[in-house]
Design a protein around this ligand. Sequence first.
Ligand SMILES: [Zn+2]
Length: 144
Amino acid sequence: MAQVPVAAGVFTWPSDDPRLIGSRCAACGIVTFPAQLSCPRCPSTEMAEHRLSPQGRLWAWTTQEFPPPSPPYAGPTGDAFVPYGVGYVELADEVRVEARLTETEGLKTGMDMELVLVPFRTDDDGNEVMTFAFRPAAGARSGG
Ligand SMILES: [Zn+2]
């Protein structure tokens, strides 16, 4: 099955070492994700591509127990829906990213998380659509 990214420009693709693609303001240094064309903090429009750290700390999270409104949600619904975690992960003290979490249990505020690409759905052409998520980093997982 071929794999395709959920959207262009969200993360490096294809990549053995995936990174989220954000932007950084040349004037004030603020980092945004997703990438933006103008700075949310100052008048600058000099936003350069900035690859985010694949590691961060869990800041807040919840569990998505039912399919979100569609659109924009385009994932599994009905019996195919599986609850998933969603949370904010702070990357390298630069930016907080809202993302899927691979786990719904055993999460703790401040725990180390790492970026992974996960299958999200199958599109009409039979491609496996990949999206990004965070999972507890190897050192933070208990028991395995
Ligand atoms: Zn700025």
